[in-house]
Design a protein around this ligand. Structure first.
Ligand SMILES: [Zn+2]
Length: 268
């Protein structure tokens, strides 16, 4: 039996374009695997991702050739390529470079059209899965597991996972900068708030971890978990001697769980 997998691309004028993805020969005898194999599924995902992103990029480029102020076509400088890393493979996208329009403040400036659509060379979902898995298991196991089940780029390894996780962590740290350090208002204001939900419970514990660089030294890690009756639990952790804003971190976590200033919190 033969299974042909195609993608049908339909534009805004309802014109269709059909592209072949793969043709699979599948038997129904003993010894033949039922359904898709892991290799086939990875290949199909990768091919689909490639076709979809390339068409989206072409469409975005065509729609953004003109200057948004005066609607004149901007002059073409040339093409580069950009590598966009996703959970379903790395896609090499032709990237058009244009001169800024004469009506712009910097008419000689050259820019890539796709930059405003894809400001980063790595998809948010790839960063999310790498960061989530690497927070449970080692960087090396994360990279190996992803290689096992997803058509991620072959060069993805423990170092790239670590670099991406650190990038996400630094962004979260920057976001924490503007958050409040303590509860705002006073007890009189808090008394006027609506009746709060059930009490929040925060469990805190600590432990000593051996330093990776200097094996003779230890450092103390504080970890905790906040339990709410209405929202999923959240965890936090910090190294007391290094963290400059542990109070802000805990308050932000409790606020994310919908804590009200007049709500009872139990620390254990
Ligand atoms: Zn213009």
């Amino acid at each position: 039996m033969r299974f042909k997998i195609q993608v049908v691309i339909e534009n805004e004028h309802q014109q269709e374009q059909i592209q072949n993805i793969v043709c699979l020969e599948k038997g129904s005898h003993q010894g033949h695997c039922a359904g898709l194999s892991l290799i086939e599924s990875k290949y199909i995902l990768k091919e689909l991702q490639q076709r979809i992103i390339l068409h989206q990029a072409e469409d975005y480029t065509n729609s953004n050739m003109a200057c948004p102020c005066c609607q004149k076509q901007r002059r073409i400088k040339g093409y580069n390529t950009m590598q966009y890393k996703t959970l379903f493979g790395t896609v090499v996208i032709p990237s058009l470079r244009l001169y800024e329009c004469a009506c712009s403040e910097e008419p000689a400036k050259i820019f890539s059209v796709l930059k405003s659509w894809l400001p980063e060379h790595i998809s948010p979902e790839l960063q999310y899965i790498e960061t989530k898995w690497a927070s449970y298991i080692s960087y090396e196991r994360t990279a190996a597991l992803m290689q096992d089940v997803l058509p991620v780029h072959a060069t993805q390894n423990a170092v790239t996972v670590r670099n991406h996780l650190h990038k996400v962590a630094k962004r979260q740290e920057r976001e924490l900068e503007g958050k409040p350090l303590c509860l705002s208002g006073c007890a009189n204001d808090w008394a006027k708030l609506p009746k709060p939900d059930k009490p929040l419970t925060v469990g805190i514990d600590g432990g000593y971890v051996r330093s990776w660089r200097d094996k003779q030294t230890n450092f103390e890690v504080i970890v905790g978990k906040s339990f709410s009756k209405i929202k999923p639990s959240k965890r936090f952790g910090f190294v007391q001697v290094l963290d400059s804003k542990p109070q802000r971190r805990l308050l932000h976590l409790l606020n994310e769980q919908g804590m009200q200033a007049n709500q009872q919190i139990t620390f254990r």
